[in-house]
Design a binder for this molecule. Structure first.
Ligand code: BG6
Length: 504
């Protein structure tokens, strides 16, 4: 069954066309994977849409010696390979004239002197009005060096007045509460919080943004969105890929730091938050923060009961991974939110690599009906609960499952599903997360970026869980086969509550 959609969204269209002001977009880590795979294709797609301001220049900064011409050629290849839409020669030729490169080490003040000089020239050449958006696409170990040089080199303007300076900081934002606080303190010393854009690319996904629209632009669902009607909630982020070439990085972090602390908790807080007073960045971020602060604190005995971890067979042979690694590549958790709305409703979260299907989705299961009018008591037990599924990716959409009479002379009840697919409703694939996030950072809209207090709240919650498994590493690793749904113990986490994961 599919949904018929009438599309009339003037407000959204208006918001979508808010123009970005002129600026220089400066990427540290200009020759890295993130720049090639995500940032550059995102900027190029914005240019293709005509959303990028006319007065805009991109400056790559990295150690490798390259000319502007050579860098442009590299980027062209990246667009050809990774852009969601094919390269258009005319758009590329206009865009690439605004791409520049500065070579130098990040710990050398001379690099920053040359960068400043280049930016001053570009301000004049492209009428950039002195606006600067810096992107730290570099390992966290170098954040401090780069930020301090930018500051000492006079490239960070205070947030008042006509010009803006903003800094986008890539995850991981710390590796525990203490290091996140340290990094936040450094950022707080050199920047105003309004200038710091901590990126979690999940927030830029269309379907993640739609969680709020689905909840707060419909009167149909929100009344159900609480402990009275919802029995439990499931959030899955499953990947089919392994760690690929990121073995070294991943082995030092694992799934709890890589996905749960950020992406899963961001999604969870959007699903569970109270309606904000308005759509301003801080009104929304205040409500999300309240969810994180209401998460039930994990203790050793509850971690043992409510958290399962796994590692896929073959992980220890991946390049960069220790032969005896005990880093988890899979985690399943039962989590409670101790507030008025959600008290007693379990949220089951799971994330992992090398699983059977790539799927990220949120499902809310309603309570059983109180009494079956169609047959005896057992029938009532057998009628599946209603489920609202928000499919974040792939095959983006929303599904609602409900019971229906099976046509015929007797009364038989079956579950049917109403399925809205973005591709059918709106046509084409949604934009990439980084497109929206870069545009928002240029516009100065921090709604989809993580705030200092929320980052600290999420580490405060997850730290005891990470410590627990670091102190007593699981002895049964590797404990799941690539291409499966994870270790058997994670099924048991649901089974003992007389439930099972929706996708198995
Ligand atoms: C990143 C993680 O943040 O998100 C990766 O570091 C993971 O390990 C990726 O593969 C998943 O993102 P997406 O958008 O492909 O779901």
């Amino acid at each position: 069954m599919s949904a018929h959609l009438e599309i009339a969204v003037p407000d959204v269209l208006e918001r979508g066309h808010r123009e970005a002001p002129p600026c220089a977009f400066v990427v540290f880590g200009a020759t890295g994977d993130l720049t090639h795979r995500k940032l550059l294709p995102a900027i190029y797609n914005l240019a293709l849409d005509g959303t990028l301001p006319e007065a805009c220049a991109m400056v790559g900064v990295a150690r490798t010696e390259l000319t502007d011409e050579r860098y442009r050629a590299d980027l062209r290849e990246a667009v050809e390979k990774f852009s969601r839409r094919p390269l258009d020669d005319k758009v590329w030729s206009d865009f690439s004239k605004r791409v520049y490169y500065v070579a130098g080490a990040f710990d050398d003040a001379e690099t920053f002197r040359r960068l400043d000089q280049r930016l001053t020239e570009l301000d004049r050449a492209h009428a950039l009005r002195g606006n600067r958006l810096f992107y730290l696409a570099i390992p966290p170990g170098v954040f401090e060096t780069v930020l301090t040089h930018l500051h000492d080199g006079g490239m960070i303007q205070p947030p008042h007045g006509e010009r803006f300076t903003r800094v986008i900081i890539e995850k991981p934002f710390g590796r525990d509460l203490a290091s996140a606080k340290e990094l936040n303190a450094l950022v707080g010393k050199l920047l105003d919080e309004s200038q710091a854009f901590r990126i979690d690319h999940y927030l830029g996904k269309e379907t993640v943004q739609n969680i709020m629209v689905f909840r707060f632009a419909n009167s149909l669902f929100e009344p159900l969105w609480n402990r009275k009607y919802i029995d439990y909630v499931e959030i899955t982020a499953a990947e089919t890929v392994g760690v690929g070439s990121r073995g070294r990085f991943y082995d030092a972090n694992g799934v709890l730091r890589d996905i749960v602390q950020n992406h899963l908790l961001e999604v969870l807080s959007l699903v569970a938050m109270e309606p904000p007073n308005g759509a301003a960045a801080d009104e929304i971020r205040d409500e999300k923060l309240k969810v994180l602060r209401a998460l039930r604190i994990p203790w050793d005995d509850t971690i043992e009961r409510d958290v399962r971890v796994g590692q896929y067979r073959g992980y220890r042979g991946e390049p960069g991974v220790a032969k005896d690694s005990v880093t988890p590549t899979y985690a399943a958790l039962r989590v409670y939110i101790d507030n008025w709305r959600w008290q007693g409703v379990p949220f089951y979260l799971r994330a992992g690599k090398m699983l059977k299907r790539r799927v990220t989705e949120v499902s809310l299961f309603t309570q059983q009906i109180p009494l079956s009018l169609f047959g005896n008591h057992e029938v009532c037990e057998r009628i599946d609960p209603n489920v609202i599924t928000l499919r974040i990716q792939p095959d983006e959409g929303i599904k609602v499952r409900f019971a229906s009479k099976v046509p015929g002379h007797d009364v038989a009840v079956a579950s049917v599903t109403m399925d809205m697919k973005y591709a059918e409703a709106f046509g084409g694939a949604p934009p990439e997360a980084y497109e929206r996030l870069l545009l928002d950072a240029m516009r100065g809209d921090a709604t989809l970026f993580s705030r200092r207090d929320a980052v600290e709240a999420s580490w405060a919650w997850i730290d005891p869980i990470i410590e627990y498994f670091e102190k007593q590493p699981p002895k049964d690793f590797p404990n799941y086969e690539p291409g499966s749904w994870g270790p058997e113990s994670c099924q048991e986490l649901m089974r003992r509550d007389r439930r099972s994961w929706q996708l198995l």
